[in-house]
Design a protein around this ligand. Structure first.
Ligand code: MN
Length: 221
C-alpha cells in the first residue's frame, strides 16, 4: 500500500509564477458598516481572526457545487494579502515589506451555520472553513494603495466600498497578527468585508473586483 500523496494548493499570479498557499488567515469585522450590519460596535474590539484550510482555495473562474449543510451561502468581498517574507513581532512601519502582492478574494460563508455557532458560543470552523470557501483571484505583486472594492452577483452590485475604509489597515493587521503567530511565506490574509453581504443562489456568478487587480469570480451550481 502506498502513502497518500496530497496535492498542495496553489494559486496563479500575474507574473506567471505559481503561488504555493501555506495558511489562510481571515480578519473579522474590519469595516465599520459591516460590523454594524452584523450587530456589533465597530469601536469596541481589536481585530480578531479565524482560519480556513489551505485547500479551501478556489481559483477564480471556477464553478463550485452549492456547499452542503447550508441554505444560506453568503459572499464576502475582501482584499487578500499574500505574504512573501515571514516574521513575528513585525512593526507596522515595515509591515508592507513582508507583502509579495495582493489579490481579490471572496470569503464564502455558511451564514446559517455561523449564526448557530455564535448562538452556541462554538467555533466558526464549519461556517467558514468548508470546502471551496476561499475564492481568490490571481495574485499581483507590488503596492496597491486605496482602491474601490465591489461585489456583483450576475452583474448586480451587492457590495461597494473602498479599501481605505478598513478599521485596521493592512500594515496594522500584519503587525497585530504577527504578534499572535509567526507569519510565513505563502500565508494569505483575508482582510475583512465591507457592508452588503448577502446570499449567493444556485446558478449565480459572484465577482469581486478591487481596482485594477484581476477579479475573483465564482459560479455556484
Ligand atoms: Mn470575511
Amino acid at each position: 500500500m502506498t502513502l497518500p500523496n496530497p496535492v498542495p494548493p496553489v494559486l496563479p499570479t500575474t507574473t506567471g509564477e505559481i503561488w504555493h498557499v501555506r495558511r489562510i488567515f481571515c480578519v473579522g469585522r474590519n469595516y465599520a458598516d459591516h460590523a454594524r450590519e452584523m450587530g456589533h460596535d465597530p469601536d469596541a474590539e481589536p481585530p480578531f481572526y479565524f482560519t480556513k484550510p489551505a485547500d479551501a482555495i478556489v481559483i477564480s473562474g471556477a464553478t463550485i457545487p452549492y456547499p452542503p449543510q447550508t441554505a444560506d451561502l453568503h459572499h464576502e468581498a475582501e482584499l487578500v494579502v499574500a505574504i512573501g517574507s515571514g516574521g513575528h513581532d513585525i512593526d507596522a512601519a515595515s509591515a508592507l515589506t513582508h507583502v509579495w502582492g495582493y489579490a481579490a478574494g471572496n470569503d464564502l460563508t455558511r451564514r446559517d451555520l455561523q449564526a448557530q455557532a455564535k448562538a452556541a458560543r462554538r467555533p466558526w470552523d464549519m461556517a467558514k472553513g468548508f470546502d471551496n470557501s476561499a475564492v481568490v483571484g490571481p495574485i499581483r505583486p507590488g503596492p496597491l494603495g486605496d482602491q474601490p472594492i465591489t461585489c456583483t452577483i450576475d452583474g448586480k452590485i451587492t457590495q461597494s466600498a473602498h479599501l481605505g475604509e478598513m478599521i485596521w489597515p493592512v500594515p496594522v493587521l500584519i503587525a497585530h497578527l504577527s504578534r499572535l503567530v509567526t507569519l510565513q511565506p505563502g500565508d494569505l490574509i483575508f482582510t475583512g468585508t465591507p457592508a452588503g453581504v448577502g446570499p449567493i443562489l444556485r446558478g449565480q456568478t459572484c465577482v469581486v473586483t478591487i481596482g485594477t487587480l484581476p477579479a475573483a469570480s465564482v459560479t455556484v451550481i
